[in-house]
Ligand binder design. Structure first.
Ligand code: M6R
Length: 620
């Protein structure tokens, strides 16, 4: 949550800061600001209560120059989205300027202490407390009348962060040192980009693309002391450490709209390719199984797994639910699905032959990270199913599987979801083949998996029809989404997509559960979306559909064959191609993604940046 950028070098900082903030805007977009400094000048700050485009416009009127600068795009936690609460924040009469990601849990006690010492606050944020605290520590480090030195700033940073409880990614400028930038990390990611006579900082790699390919991922409790021609990394417990300079992965390439109106639409249309990427190199036809390079478990350990825990949040939790059906059905291993936010505080009795998979697009979700850490602490092997290479979860897990879906920018997850399901299907096949699943069954599953990209491509052909259906229902205030077995999570995901981007209240349920309560919501103004492809539960879902029709509720049905029974009953029917039931959630999700997209457009909503949301949820 929130995006940070920093620049130090010989060029003007502003162009990098602004382009970086634009690329990070998906992390938070309720206010934005930058600060710059040049030799023998004061720190200049521009902040807006609005988006980066508004910051850009403000800077057209009031340009800011200087080869040192920091910037921030905010997702409000402490205090509303106002100009005063926007970052960067000044500390100690502007001796210190900083941008902060994360949450400082003990900010109130620190604030009263600083107020007692005469510091004045202009915002309600926890971040301004850090700015004043660093300024106070700087004063203490400098002592009376001493010449200011860079080492005083480093000492002040170390003293200040030693007093913080909570999470932070910080970039800090010091008025007396226009050739110094300090970055510090604890629980909130920061990457340093290494250039020639210039260095960059960002909260993920996207701002660095096109500026440098050499990067250092800061670890927790490290600070980077950054000068135009040199970077020193210090660790709280180990002192100076050698920075591990890595090469920016090609997957982090710049994500542009490429002619699409929105990232969400582009990402929906990318799914044939992203699914292909998830499959690439992972099918082993000769042994009728899948293969993964990074699980870091021996075959014997894999065979010994007695239980699997799948955890995640939001859409990734929905993937986990599908994973539950897949692994139990294909591999016969007991699976538990847990919200990461609950798992982190539970103390489930877990034996040693349990592996825990954290499913996450961003690899930065605070709850998922904390749940995996907790499971790891208890001795369990933790694995990540993750999209973002080098993200915190990818680095901290004991092993894992990358999705290779490419950057997902739209806040509503689409292609990451279908890639997660593709990977989980292969995982279930892999576990199954290590146990009872026959060679023939494995071959059949592989044939279906290999068909997926082309089946999804074909499914996208429903877009025009979905657009027409969206126009009929865009004014509804409530929607129900209903499906069973593999398509129960599909229903949950369909409902989440609609509420996230169109702000329509939507509920997903297992179709049969409806009569235990939600059926009370059915009336002529509440559309129900039924996922009713052929399969073992087809007849059952059809009965549930009839129950809704009997109560006058409009029905949109998703079917996978010419279905006279459904066609007779439903108000609108969307056809998807046939595929085996365990892959239906991937295919059936496509019209649901398009339906939300089209309805959100008709309602004039900001599809890629829906209100109150952010792409990476790095706070608890
Ligand atoms: O990056 P993650 O997959 O860990 O994110 C988890 C959720 O925050 C995320 O799926 C969220 O629910 C999306 N906005 C769904 O579209």
């Amino acid at each position: 949550m929130c995006g940070i950028v920093g620049y130090i070098g010989s060029k003007d900082a502003c162009p990098f800061l602004l382009s970086g903030l634009q690329r990070l805007e998906y992390r938070g977009y309720d206010s934005a600001g930058i600060a710059t400094l040049r030799q023998s000048d004061n720190i200049r700050v521009t902040k807006v209560a609005g988006r980066v485009a508004e910051l850009d416009a403000a800077l057209q009127h009031k340009p800011m120059a200087g080869p040192l600068g920091i910037g921030h795009t905010r997702w409000a936690t402490h205090g509303a989205a106002t100009q005063d609460n926007a970052h960067p924040h000044l500390g100690g009469s502007a001796a210190v300027t900083l941008a902060h990601n994360g949450v400082i849990e003990n900010y109130e006690s620190l604030k009263s202490e600083l107020v007692g010492k005469g510091y004045q606050f202009v915002s309600q944020t926890d971040s301004e407390v850090v700015a004043h605290l660093v300024a106070e520590c700087l004063k203490e480090a400098q002592g009376d009348g001493a010449e200011p030195e860079v080492q005083h700033c480093v000492d002040a940073m170390q003293a200040a962060i030693a007093r913080l409880r909570g999470t932070y990614g910080l970039v800090v400028m010091f008025r007396e040192f226009p050739d110094l930038l300090i970055a510090a990390r604890c629980g909130s990611p920061l990457v340093v980009g290494v250039g020639k006579q210039e260095q960059f900082v960002a909260s993920d790699t996207s701002p660095l693309v096109g500026f440098t390919e050499r990067i250092i991922y800061l670890a927790d409790h490290q600070i980077a002391v950054i000068r135009p021609d040199n970077i020193q990394v210090l660790h709280r417990d180990h002192g100076r450490v050698r920075p591990d300079i890595q090469t920016l992965s090609s997957q982090s390439q710049d994500a542009s709209l490429e002619g699409y109106e929105h990232y969400m639409l582009k990402e929906i249309y990318e799914q044939p390719q992203s699914i292909q990427n998830a499959l690439r190199g992972r099918i082993d036809r000769d042994n009728a199984t899948a293969k993964f390079g990074g699980l870091n478990l021996t075959t014997q350990q894999l065979r010994g797994i007695q239980r699997v825990i799948l955890t995640g949040c939001g859409t990734s939790w929905h993937s986990a639910l599908v994973g539950d059906y897949l692994i139990e059905e294909l591999a016969r291993i007991p699976v538990e699905v847990e919200y990461a936010s609950e798992l982190r505080y539970r103390n489930p009795p877990v034996d040693h032959d349990t592996v825990v998979f954290g499913i996450t697009q961003s690899g930065e979700t605070a709850d998922t990270l904390a749940a995996l850490r907790e499971m790891k602490r208890k001795g369990h092997h933790t694995l990540a199913i993750c999209n973002v290479i080098g993200s915190s979860i990818a680095q901290e897990a004991d092993g894992g599987i990358y999705l290779h879906a490419g950057p997902e920018i739209g806040v509503a997850s689409t292609k990451a979801f279908t890639s997660q399901l593709t990977v989980l299907s292969m995982l279930a096949l892999y576990f199954g083949r290590l146990r009872h699943l026959s060679f023939e069954a494995g071959q059949r599953i592989i044939t279906q998996l290999e068909l997926l990209p082309q089946v999804v491509e074909q499914t996208l052909g429903c877009h025009k029809q979905v657009r027409e259906i969206a126009a009929k229902y865009a004014d509804a205030s409530n929607f129900l989404y209903l499906g069973r077995k593999f398509n129960f999570p599909t229903a949950l995901e369909g409902a989440l997509k609609l509420k996230e981007i169109s702000y329509i209240h939507a509920e997903g349920y297992p179709a049969a559960e409806m009569k235990h309560g939600p059926i009370a919501l059915v009336d002529e103004n509440t559309p129900s979306v039924f996922i009713v492809p052929q399969g073992t539960v087809y007849e059952k879902v059809l009965s549930n559909l009839q129950e809704v029709k009997a109560r006058g509720g409009p029905v949109i049905a998703i079917v996978d064959h010419e279905d006279p029974q459904v066609t007779k009953l439903a108000d609108d029917v969307i056809h998807i191609p046939e595929i085996e039931d365990f892959l239906q959630p991937i295919v059936a999700s496509i019209p649901l993604q398009l339906l939300s997209y089209e309805i959100a457009l008709l309602r004039g909503c900001d599809v890629d940046k829906p209100r109150n949301l952010a792409k990476s949820v790095t706070v608890e």
